[in-house]
Write a protein that binds this ligand. Structure first.
Ligand SMILES: C[S@@+](CC[C@H](N)C(=O)[O-])C[C@H]1O[C@@H](n2cnc3c(N)ncnc32)[C@H](O)[C@@H]1O
Length: 275
């Protein structure tokens, strides 16, 4: 099929010329008839409701292009903001730093930090963790893909995954834990059904805040792992600001700031262990 005709056909299948263009780009390097076959397969997946990012199989996040598939959450623009804050903190250290990305999924946070820190000549030792082996396998492929150096992947639940040698020594703790309440499942867009449950949903917090349990585990454990003056950056749900800041304060953290995302919604807790 000629490229123009194929573009029209794909646009009709997926209902968007822009998306059809992206799909066509993905198959450009193939010879016919594999190119048309592959393009039609991708378009059919998209038309069936699968997120475009999974259909394409890779997606940009800040300066890196990451492999994305159903093993891990599709990295979101909100999280790019968290990485920007994290880099500022690493730069302010003025010495080599230790940073952790808890619940790394594709590796978006840790790998962006590794790549952008290297570009700014900042030295950082990174540990990226996940409880889900399949997500970690994907993160491992992304480490190789972006050529990140100094990133160690470890499996386990939150702080249990970290080597004890880092206890009290971490300069920067980053996490984007699951924070959607199970009760909200029915009201969510169907596309979210393609992402792993464990990346999206969490139990309610001990204070009853919907979906707070994973964020709570990260915030409560932070002071023990941070170095004095070290920073915790945690993404959370828009309705969780009051509960998250109360938790951080009760967990001995100070200098609490909660940043809005680009849409003006409460999104990132920024706190420190006292110096
Ligand atoms: C919202 S996703 C974030 C993924 C990635 N950091 C990002 O920002 O795109 C949450 C991640 O936390 C992981 N996770 C869930 N429960 C966990 C636990 N108990 N310990 C460690 N990771 C966990 C999930 O497997 C998932 O990869």
């Amino acid at each position: 099929v000629e490229p123009d005709a194929l573009l029209e056909e794909l646009a009709a299948t997926v209902g968007s010329r822009r998306e059809a263009g992206w799909l066509l780009e993905e198959v450009q390097s193939l010879a016919e008839p594999a190119r048309t076959d592959r393009a039609r397969t991708l378009a059919a997946r998209r038309a069936a409701g699968e997120p475009l990012q999974y259909v394409v199989g890779h997606w940009p996040f800040r300066d890196v292009d990451l492999l994305v598939d159903a093993r891990a959450l599709i990295p979101r623009p909100e999280t790019e903001l968290l990485v920007g804050l994290a880099l500022e903190r690493l730069a302010a250290l003025g010495r080599p730093g230790v940073a952790c990305d808890l619940g790394c999924g594709t590796g978006a946070i840790a790998l962006s930090l590794a790549v952008e820190a290297a570009a700014r000549r900042l030295e950082v030792q990174l540990v990226a963790t996940d409880v889900d082996d399949a997500a970690l396998a994907l993160a491992g492929r992304n480490v190789a893909r972006v050529g990140a150096r100094g990133v160690e992947l470890r499996c386990g639940s939150w702080y249990e995954a970290l080597p004890v040698s880092l206890r009290g020594r971490v300069d920067l703790l980053c996490a984007n834990p699951p924070y959607v309440a199970h009760a909200a499942r029915a009201s969510l867009a169907a596309e979210l059904g393609y992402e792993p449950d464990g990346a999206l949903f969490a139990d309610d917090g001990t204070d009853g805040t919907p979906g707070l349990a994973a964020v709570e585990a990260v915030v409560r454990g932070a002071a023990a792992w941070l170095t004095p003056g070290g920073t915790l950056l945690v993404e959370h749900g828009a309705g969780q600001r009051a509960a998250v800041t109360a938790l951080a304060s009760a967990s001995g953290l100070v200098d609490l700031v909660d940043h809005d995302d680009l849409g003006g919604r409460p999104r990132i807790l920024d706190a420190r262990r006292p110096a």
